[in-house]
Design a protein around this ligand. Sequence first.
Ligand code: RB5
Length: 145
Amino acid sequence: MKLLMGSDHGGIHLKKHLAEYLKAKGYEIIDVGTDSEASCDYPDFAAKLCGEIGKGTATKGILVCGTGIGISIAANKCKGIRAAVCNDVYNAKMSRLHNDANVLCMGERTIGVGTAELIVDTWLNTEFEGGRHARRIDKIMALEK
Ligand code: RB5
């Protein structure tokens, strides 16, 4: 499965760790940057990753910044994106089950790598429940219009 990943400087170490972790599990990782520890602006990388989802490069992506907050706010401005900040496993599960999140955001300064690994495993392996939640997602997506 193809998976997009992106971060700013505040999330680059966790992103690189998770990229290797997921590659070892067979995922094809497409990293949209940033590639260095130099200070940069997280909206640029949120926009890049979400643009690739819009083009159909992959259906899901993972974004990391210092907290996960800024990069998720930026991602949620992009068409077709449902980005969720999940710095714990319960929220990771619920963001897929009930919210059909297509972008997972985490904070490198908020969580450790062990928690982050469990979060991505949970998020990537949980399917959207549909049913009454589908009606709510339709209403969220209608807000873009
Ligand atoms: C960068 O210093 C930091 O503000 C950013 O990574 C993120 O935490 C913003 O929400």
